[in-house]
Design a protein around this ligand. Structure first.
Ligand code: FAD
Ligand code: SIN
Length: 530
């Protein structure tokens, strides 16, 4: 089947907060193409609840936000990145206000809520559905821009590099990506002078995750295969409070519920158990601490869940602050103004990813990255709540500015080879994909979860090795589908996570192993080189 080369100035893979922030900055003078897997709003951005952290209150300071970020990150953060992002936060919020995001206000000021690990109220929000409002505003602005083309239902398969040039150069220079048009089943080449990966996290590598279905680490896997380094992939964040419900598997109960007074209770004996784990910070300790405490209670008492209770607050305060969660729970028979909410920890955020510098540059010429698929140095060993959307806005914009500033140095892409389908047929055994997806997610949850051991990690590594040949063989023989592309990327990310976890011989932040319970005096990144 013939394929076509579509050429733009800049290609952006991902239409979430990071991708669209970059697109809007670039659109002042470039022709930008944004590709998305599935619908344009199907990434994590639209699911964000709590809000965006920024120093806006007169009693708050950049230094406090920097310190909170580095305490949560257990010292693995890069200080210059933390300063860069936090000092740019007020400007990022201003831009969102200009785009029409209807943040909650209190008088003439933006209303600030509180979340774990923050020493001040500093989270701007739109009720308890901030991401939905942010994504809608960014998409509206992008749709209105004549320089931005938005193409949903394109699943990128592989980055295009020198080895795909018609006149083979073999260089690591990135010229765009091959993407599957899911409507036609064709794989086509989308080329550009510069490419920005903004493809989100790899949460779906775990059986239980708050992340949407498409969070399969495609950006990280594609960058790795093209030759870019990845860093700190063992730092997987588990959110303490995902709803426990047999029908609704991945509904988040925002940390702001604890920020506004919610308490964690052991349903067996009624204890407010955080008193034993972190008596000072209690429910507002950083996520790794709270998630481990819940995990320990669940294991110690053989529980299915613990309770999150905010029913001691006035009913109208609860339903007014959390209207979406209130309605959702009511539909499931739980009245959070009068009853506790059953919760469990679930994978929530990928702290590691493609290594980038302060301008969003990766190791590969022509390739930038921003957002959850990256490791910028902001989060270190554990992300502070509501710092993620912020990182997307700041780095999306920074990457775009760097491209604009260096435009003269970006050559036009050469002719690229068509996607080769001469040796593949349609799959006759889709069941293999489903089986392997389930298997990976299950062993990652059981062996590479909140509490780790070397033996469990080695078991996971062994499983990955066995599945690797099977999946590559399948990929080599059958026409690609989104499920197959995702399976291959999930496995790639699982491998990177386990390899990184095996290399870290200490417990730090989100990486907690019974074999090395101490924290080293010096914090070191786990950098993997392809
Ligand atoms: P995403 O928004 O995930 O977008 C990824 C994009 O890449 C999508 O458009 C997707 O279609 C596209 N894509 C992926 N693979 C491919 C491919 N192969 N080909 C083409 N396109 C592809 N953070 C906060 O700061 N505050 C919060 O309150 C908050 N709440 C959260 C609540 C939930 C339930 C979840 C899951 C996360 C939350 N986070 C929060 C984290 C935050 O939402 C994400 O880290 C952030 O939105 C990531 O944005 P992004 O632009 O990097 O990626
Ligand atoms: C939440 O609302 O609890 C999520 C906030 C975040 O992930 O930063």
């Amino acid at each position: 089947m013939a394929s076509t080369q579509h050429e733009y100035d800049v290609l952006i893979i991902g239409s979430g907060a990071a991708g669209l922030s970059a697109a809007l900055t670039l659109a002042t003078s470039c022709r930008v193409l944004v590709l998305a897997k599935g619908q344009l709003n199907s990434g994590s951005t639209a699911w964000a609840q709590g809000g965006i952290a920024a120093v806006l209150d007169t009693g708050d300071t950049f230094e406090d936000h920097i310190r909170d970020t580095m305490v949560a990150g257990a010292g693995l953060n890069r200080r210059e990145t933390v300063e860069f992002v936090i000092e740019n936060a007020p400007r990022a919020i201003e831009r969102l206000v200009e785009l029409g995001v209807p943040f909650n206000t209190e008088g003439a000021e933006l209303h600030l809520t509180r979340e774990g690990g923050h020493s001040h109220r500093r989270i701007v929000h739109v009720n308890d559905a901030t991401g939905w409002a942010v994504e809608a505003a960014l998409l509206k602005a992008a749709e209105e821009s004549p320089n931005i083309t938005l193409l949903p239902d394109r699943t990128c398969v592989e980055l295009i590099t020198g080895r795909h040039e018609q006149r083979y150069s073999g260089s690591g220079r990135v010229w765009g990506a091959y993407a599957l048009d899911t409507a036609t089943g064709r794989v086509e080449a989308y080329t550009a002078r510069a490419t920005i990966l903004a493809a989100g996290g790899a949460g779906r590598v775990y059986q239980f995750s708050t992340a949407p279905r498409g969070a399969t680490g495609d950006g990280i896997a594609m960058a790795w295969r093209a030759g870019a380094r990845v860093s700190n992939m063992e730092m997987m964040q588990f959110h303490p409070t995902c709803l426990y419900n047999l029908e609704v598997k991945n509904f988040l109960i925002t940390e702001a519920v604890r920020g506004e007074g919610g308490r964690l209770i052991n349903p067996r004996d009624g204890r407010r158990f955080m008193e034993e784990y972190d008596p000072e910070r209690m429910e507002l300790a950083p996520r790794d601490v709270v998630a481990r405490a819940i995990d320990a209670e669940i294991k110690r008492f053989g529980l299915d869940y613990v309770h999150l209770d905010i029913s001691h607050m006035p009913p109208e305060f609860v339903s007014g602050h959390f209207p979406n969660i209130y309605e959702k729970l009511l539909g499931l028979g739980i009245d959070m103004t009068r009853q506790p909410i059953p919760v469990v920890p679930a994978q929530h955020y990928t702290c590691g990813g493609i290594l980038i510098d302060l301008a969003g540059r990766t190791d590969l010429p022509g390739l930038y990255a921003a957002g959850e698929c990256t490791e910028s140095g902001l989060h270190g060993a554990n992300r502070l709540a509501s710092n993620s959307l912020l990182e997307c806005f700041v780095f999306g914009d920074a990457a775009a500015r760097d491209i604009l500033a260096n435009w003269g140095s970006f050559d036009a892409p050469p002719p690229i080879r068509e996607w080769d389908e001469s040796r593949v047929t349609d799959s006759d055994e889709e069941v293999i994909i489903k089986q392997n997806w389930t298997e990976i997610r299950r062993f990652m949850w059981n062996y590479v979860g909140i509490v780790r051991t070397t033996k469990r990690l080695e078991r996971a590594a062994h499983r990955i090795k066995m599945l690797y040949d099977e999946v590559e063989d399948y990929y080599g023989h059958f026409r690609v589908t989104t499920d197959l592309i995702e399976l291959r990327n999930l496995l790639q990310c699982a491998d990177l996570i386990v390899k990184s976890a095996l290399r870290r011989h200490e417990s730090r932040g989100l990486h907690y192993t019974l074999d090395y319970p101490e924290t080293d005096a010096v914090a070191r990144d786990t950098v993997l080189v392809p």
